[in-house]
Design a protein around this ligand. Structure first.
Ligand SMILES: Nc1nc2c(ncn2[C@@H]2O[C@H](COP(=O)(O)OP(=O)(O)O)[C@@H](O)[C@H]2O)c(=O)[nH]1
Ligand SMILES: [Mg+2]
Length: 330
C-alpha cells in the first residue's frame, strides 16, 4: 500500500472502525491539522464510542510516566486487551526531542497490532490541545481500543483540561517531586484517583510515600481514598499492583453508579474547554484584524479608556453580546 494513499471520508471511517493502523495514523494527523475530514470522521463514529476505558496519566516531566505506561501496556497485553496511547507534551509541540524519548520507551509495542501509540502536536489547531486530544481519543475509542492512556505533564490549564476527560486519573510522582506535593497540599492540584511513586529504589521513596499519605489523610470524607503504589517502571515492580488499583477504581465507579455521572461531567467539561479555546482564538484573530479594536487597546495603554470598557466594546463587536455583556448589571 502506498504511503500517500488518498483517504476518503468513507474509507477512513471504515479503516478506523476496523482498527487499521494506517487509518488511525492518518485520522490523528488530520485531527492535529484541524482538517475538516477529521471533524466529519469523529462526527460519524461518535455514536459508537464510549466503550474504551480512559486513563489519564499526569505528573512532572521525568518522573517516568512514559516508562510506566510502557510497563502498564505490557501488563494489559497479558490480559489480551487492546490499548491506545496518546502522549501530549505541550512544552515541545513542534520539536521531536521529548517525544523521541517516549518513542524509544514505548517502541517495544510498535509491532503489536493491538497497541497504537501516538505523540500529539497541535499544529494550527483552533481549539488547542483540549480539542486535538479529545478528537484523537474518540478516534481510538471508535477503533475499539479497550484501554486508552492519555499522558500529559501535570501543570497548566490546558493539561488540566486534557486530563479532565479521563475516567481514572493516575498521578505519577518520584522521590523529590516536592512541587507536586506542595500543589496537592495547597489544593492547586486536584486529588488524583490513583498515585504511583515511581523510582521506588531511590532512598527517599519512603519519605515521599509518607508525605503523600499524610496529605491524603487530611481529606477523609471522600468515597474513594486514592491508593498509593510504589513502582519501578524499568523492572515492572509494582506495575501489576498499579494496574489492579486502576481497575479497582473503575469497579468502584461502576458499582456506585458514578461512572456515567463522571463521564457526563467530563464530556461537558470537554465541550466547554474546546468552546473556550475556540472563542479565545476567535477573539484574538478578530482584535488583531480590526484596526478599531486594536486602537481600543492603545487607548487602554494611554489611560484614555479603562480596561472593562474596552472589554465591553470588544465583546460587543466580536460576539455581538449586547446587554448581557454589561459588567455587574442586575
Ligand atoms: N531508576 C529508574 N529510572 C526510571 C524509572 N522510570 C523511568 N526512569 C527513567 O527516568 C527518565 C524519564 O522517564 P520518562 O518515562 O521519559 O518520564 P516522563 O517524562 O514522566 O514520561 C528516563 O531516563 C527513564 O529511563 C524507574 O522506575 N527507575
Ligand atoms: Mg513522557
Amino acid at each position: 500500500m502506498s504511503r500517500r494513499r488518498d483517504w476518503t471520508g468513507e474509507t477512513l471511517a471504515a479503516g478506523v472502525r476496523a482498527g487499521d493502523r494506517r487509518a488511525l495514523a492518518r485520522a490523528i494527523t488530520l485531527v492535529e491539522n484541524g482538517d475538516p475530514l477529521a471533524y466529519e470522521l469523529v462526527r460519524d463514529v461518535y455514536p459508537e464510542t464510549g466503550s474504551a476505558y480512559v486513563v489519564g496519566v499526569t505528573g512532572p516531566p521525568g518522573v517516568g510516566k512514559s516508562s510506566l505506561i510502557a510497563a502498564l501496556v505490557r501488563q494489559i497485553r497479558t490480559e489480551d486487551k487492546s490499548v491506545g496511547v496518546i502522549s501530549v507534551d505541550p512544552s515541545s509541540p513542534f520539536t521531536q526531542g521529548a517525544l523521541l524519548g517516549d518513542r524509544i520507551r514505548l517502541s517495544e509495542h510498535f509491532l503489536d497490532p493491538d497497541v497504537f501509540i501516538r505523540s500529539m502536536g497541535t499544529r494550527g489547531h483552533l481549539g488547542g490541545l483540549a480539542e486535538a486530544t479529545l478528537q484523537a481519543l474518540l478516534v481510538l475509542d471508535a477503533a475499539g481500543k479497550d484501554v486508552i492512556f492519555v499522558e500529559t505533564v501535570g501543570t497548566g490549564q490546558s493539561e488540566v483540561e486534557v486530563i479532565g476527560i479521563a475516567d481514572t486519573v493516575l498521578l505519577v510522582l518520584m522521590p523529590g517531586s516536592g512541587d507536586s506535593i506542595q500543589a496537592l497540599k495547597a489544593g492547586i492540584m486536584e486529588i488524583p484517583d490513583v498515585i504511583a511513586i515511581n523510582k521506588k529504589d531511590h532512598p527517599a521513596a519512603k519519605t515521599m510515600l509518607n508525605e503523600v499519605r499524610s496529605i491524603l489523610t487530611l481529606d477523609k470524607d471522600r468515597p474513594w481514598r486514592p491508593p498509593i503504589v510504589l513502582t519501578e517502571a524499568m523492572t515492572d515492580e509494582g506495575v501489576a499492583k498499579l494496574w489492579e488499583k486502576v481497575e479497582e477504581h473503575r469497579a468502584h465507579l461502576q458499582e456506585d453508579g458514578s461512572l456515567e455521572e463522571r463521564r457526563r461531567r467530563n464530556l461537558a467539561g470537554g465541550v466547554f474547554a474546546v468552546a473556550s479555546a475556540r472563542a479565545k482564538t476567535h477573539l484574538q484573530t478578530a482584535v488583531e484584524g480590526d484596526p478599531e479594536l486594536r486602537r481600543l487597546l492603545d487607548e487602554v495603554q494611554q489611560r484614555e479608556l479603562d480596561p472593562l470598557t474596552a472589554v465591553r466594546e470588544i465583546m460587543d463587536k466580536v460576539f455581538k453580546l449586547g446587554d448581557g455583556n454589561r459588567p455587574n448589571t442586575r
